[in-house]
Every structure is written in C-alpha cells, then in structure tokens.
Design a protein around this ligand. Sequence first.
Ligand code: ADP
Ligand code: MG
Ligand code: ZN
Length: 617
Amino acid sequence: MKQRSAALAASLLMLPGIFVGTPALAQKAERDSLTYGELIKKTEKGEVQKVELDETEQIAKVYLKGQKPDTPPIQVRLLNQNTELINTLKEQDVDFGQVSSANSRIAVGLLINLMWILPLVALMLLFLRRSTNASNQAMNFGKSRARFQMEAKTGVKFDDVAGVEEAKEELGEVVTFLKQPERFTAVGARIPKGVLLIGPPGTGKTLLAKAIAGEAGVPFFSISGSEFVEMFVGVGASRVRDLFKKAKDNAPCLIFIDEIDAVGRQRGTGIGGGNDEREQTLNQLLTEMDGFEGNTGIIIIAATNRPDVLDAALLRPGRFDRQVIVDAPDLKGRLEILKVHSRNKKIDPSVSLDAIARRTPGFTGADLANLLNEAAILTARRRKEAITILEVDDAVDRVVAGMEGTALVDSKNKRLIAYHEVGHALIGTLLKDHDPVQKVTLIPRGQALGLTWFTPNEEQGLISRSQIIARITATLGGRAAEEIVFGKPEVTTGAGNDLQQVTSMARQMVTRFGMSDLGPLSLENQSSEVFLGRDWMNKSEYSEEIAAKIDSQVREIVNNSYIKAKELLQENRTALERLVDLLADQETIEGELFRQIVAEHNQITDEKLAVPHCAEC
Ligand code: ADP
Ligand code: MG
Ligand code: ZN
C-alpha cells in the first residue's frame, strides 16, 4: 500500500510520464495471455517452473516448464490478496519469490520523467522571467546601470562656447581647481564643491560643463535630475550614492547634474503632501556633498532654469555656493556664437554674420546652432555651393514661425487675411515708436495664415511706455482692419493670438511696470506660473478692490489703443487698400517697398505720427 501510494504520487507529479508509460503498459497487456485462474490451474498441473511476484505492479512473471531460456516470462495480473496462488505454488513446490523490480522501475520512470520535466521547467522559468521582467527591474534598482553617462574625454573646449564671457571667466577657476588642487590647498583654501549654472534652456549650460571637463582633462559624469526621480522610493537616493561612488573612484572628475530643480525643489511644498522619493533623493545628494572633503578632486556642476524653486539647503556654503548666470546672448554674444557654429560650414562671403545676429534677438546658442544647420540643409536642398543670405533668411523664418505652407487661393478669406496683416504693418509703420516692418506675407507658416515681421532696431534692454503702447496698437491693427473693412459681424478668430498678447502686455504695464493710473506698484511677480505650492499660496498680494482696478486699467489701455488703431487705419484707407491689393497679388511685400508706398500716400512722411496718448496718461 505504501509503495503504491508513492507510485501514485509520483505519477501525479509527473504528468508527462503518461506518454512514456502508456506504450509500455500496452505491451504488457498484449503478452498477458494467462489469467489468475489459468495460472493456478497451470500450477496445479505442474506446468509452471518459476514465478516472480511483483506486488507493487501486481504482476506475476511466470516461467513455464520447457520454455526456451530467452523467451520472456508470461505476465499475469494478480489480485489484491494472492493467498490462493501462493498456497498452490507452495503445494506444487514451485520456485517463487518476491521481486523488487518495481522499485528500480520507478527509479527508471522517474529518470525518464525528469528528462521531460527539466526542459519544461526551464521553459516555464523562461516565460516567468519574461513576464516579470518589469518587476525584475525593481529587484536591481540599487544598481544605476547606464543611468548616468560617463565621458572620459568630452572634447569640448572653452573656445566652443561663445557669448557667455563672464560665465567662462568664473568657470576658468574651476578648471584650475581640477587641474592643480594643490595650488589652493597649499594656502589653506577650501575648494568649492558645487557650482550652479542658472539660465534658460539652450544657452549652453551643458556645453559649458563639458568644456570645463574638457579643459581640465578629467572625466565627465552626467545625469539629469529627472532621472533621479523614479517610481520607487529609494531608487533616486541609491542612484545618487552610486554616482558619487563611481565619481570617487575616478577622481579628479566632474559631476554634472542637469535639471537639478527636478530633485532640488524646496522640500515640503508639494500640493497634497510632499514627494517622499524626491526628498529622499535630495537628502542623499546633500549627504554625499557633505560627505567628501573639498580636495577630493570632485566638482559638481548643476544646471537649472528655475533657481527660485530650489531648496535653500542646496545653496548653502559647502554645496552649490557658487552661482553662475548663463543668460541668452546679446548682439555681440550672438555674433560670437554664429562664428563658432559657422566654422565647419560653407558660407558665402557675401553673408554677414553680423546681419544675422541683428535679425535674431532673443535667440539662444542652441537656436543659433539650429538656425545655421537649417540654412545648411536648405542650401543642400537647393543644390547650392554655399549658404547665402536667402537660406539664412528662410531658416530664420522657419525657426521662428515654423514650416512654410502654401498660400491660399484667391478668396474672401485670403483678402481678409491680407487686410489683417496690412493692418498690423501699416500701424507699425505709422507709429514712430514701433519697430520697422521687415516684411508682410500671406504665405502661411506654422499656425499662422499670414505674418508681419518687424525688425527690432537695436538691442533693447529697456522698453518705454510709448513703445509698449505702440506695440499694443499695432498688434490690435489686424482686428481693427477686419472690423473697418468687413464690419463687426464679420471679424474672425484670426485675432485670437493677437488679443492674448495685447492683454498680457497691458496687464504687465499695470501690475509690473507701474505704467498706469494705479501708480508705480509691483503687484505681481514676474513668473506667475503655479509651481507646486509655494507660488500658489501667495498668488494674489492685493485686495479684491485692487484686482477690479487692475482689470479696468487693462481694459482702458486696450480699448484706447484699439480706438487709435481704427482711427489710423481709417485715415490711411487708400494706402490700406493699395497695399492689400499688392499683397494679395504678390503674397509678400518687403519692408522697404511697404514704407515707400505708405510714404507716397502720406504727406507727413518725415515726422511720423506721435504715439497715441490716451487722455488719462
Ligand atoms: P543648455 O544645457 O543650456 O540647455 P546646451 O549646452 O545643451 O544648452 O546647448 C545646446 C547646443 O546649443 C550646444 O550643443 C551648442 O551646439 C549650442 N550652444 C548653446 N549655447 C552655446 C554657446 N554659448 N556657444 C556655442 N554654442 C552654443
Ligand atoms: Mg542642457
Ligand atoms: Zn494678427
């Protein structure tokens, strides 16, 4: 019984065993030519020579007398209790015995079964492994494999970074820290551990960090703050630990943490509870920074465009106590950057980099690099030898306003857009304080169906009140023209973006620049973005009453400018009509021609109209 249940258990465990076992059983059944009763009879008759009883399998192997030695025994199925057979065998004095062949057969069966099972188990494991791959990553989160990049040599030099001279000067010292730390430690100076680069995207922060490593000839480790922040609490912290461990092994070296605001945001400011993971990561970062002495030869450079949200602990002495501003380049800076990026490009000698720099106020280093690349692509597409001013111009348009589309076919819509754009350009030309028109076009770009380009006359650090009013008036010129020509019911959604800009400009005049009747008050911060809690809380610093006054001031500025715009257009209706006809026909009017036509229609060309002044101002 015991053995049987063991065999049963084995067969249950090994399902595939059935395939092996069945044919063998079938063979046994074939040879089973004797029944239990027949066996007893044969024994009684004395025909049986020898019987082997196998109780496990309940089979008797019967060797008959006169049987050839090599013929297999006849197998007889036994009953549960075989006393009768045994008694008969004893009586007849037949040689019989118990055999334990069953045991060895089980062993063999087990082996055969195992041979089936092993690949099966392996296969199952494979599937299991595959399906749990995602959660497996959780298992080895401690190792930050390939989460930070390491460059033994960045190959970037200070020469490759332009237009950020002050930053370069400040960072030159960091290079010396890395190259000759003994010079500072000898006189007992503590080498700063961290430098924070602050500036908008694309101004060359990453490039600068690389240049420092390149100049100092040390390895460059970089990671982005967003890569620290993971789903699992503790992952970021262990990444930080890992990064610093690697860096220590490779000292002297430079660690660059991009977008540090992703981890370094003020702790405990999240709406609806802080982010545990981020706080842990930040704490780990602070611990690591405190953990090594200034002279281990590791300098950490972090970059952000949101220094205002950084945790104060990060900015303490001994951490990122040096802060370097990397701002968008000015005219001279842009020229320098253009020089750097035109080094490896074929540019026609007639192209003046200075003119490009003038056309691109507000462009960052990345924008300028992109611009020259676009121009080069256009040049290749046009199968020209070298980049000419045409390609550069087209590239600027494209970078600023998006891809060029095809102009509308003649229709009422096209005419309406023509009036709208000429409305902008005409007012821009008529107002003395407005930047000159560069061109007006009906060729769509990006989202815009038509565009009016203005050239900023010079680098404008400060903008006067009249200049802002002039901009507001010209921006309203599009809608004003639509209304004058087609009537109020026909005005379109095309002015939506204009109105947004106008409102924002007017609002800033009131709340930030003190350019309204409310007086010289700053009522709003520069960044009114909601940033996780902190900015959210002290959003409105003024009373309801002031809020209502702000609204009415904004409305007044906009309304007065709109009235002025309509007046100007009505006074110059003939010029408007002629320019629209020309634009609808040619699709683009250059600034020169535009001004010429306006002048022909306007007697007082030399003394352009003064800025519109509202009665209250
Ligand atoms: P950031 O890190 O400030 O966002 P990057 O350093 O990544 O900007 O700049 C992106 C690319 O733009 C650089 O690889 C480089 O080609 C170009 N670039 C940006 N700023 C400059 C600069 N000051 N001088 C030269 N190239 C620049
Ligand atoms: Mg960067
Ligand atoms: Zn418009």
